[in-house]
Design a protein around this ligand. Structure first.
Ligand SMILES: [Zn+2]
Length: 91
């Protein structure tokens, strides 16, 4: 019985943090309930994807997060981009 309470509590805590960071409540609830402590750590470390700066692949034009180093569509190496090509969704 106490295990159910622990899983539910961790699931809810993880889900609330995940939702606050703009991710899915349901997915993070599952992660938190299945992996009680690990899920909570994961959601705290999880970066807010929609606030990450983006830039466009110079070869194929697909948009990637700034930390992506190789285009997953065409394999183009993407080094540090020109500042004018970086897009900041949060601003
Ligand atoms: Zn590309």
């Amino acid at each position: 019985m106490s295990a159910v309470i622990i899983f539910t509590t961790f699931g809810l805590a993880t889900a609330l943090i995940g939702k606050a960071k703009g991710s899915s409540f349901f997915i993070w609830f599952l992660v938190g309930a299945v992996l009680p402590l690990l899920g909570l750590i994961a959601v705290v470390l999880y970066r807010v994807e929609k606030n990450e700066p983006e830039r466009r692949c110079p070869r194929c034009g697909h948009v990637h997060k700034i930390y992506v180093q190789v285009c997953r569509y065409c394999g183009e190496d993407m080094y540090l981009p020109d500042p004018s090509e970086v897009r900041h969704p949060a601003r």
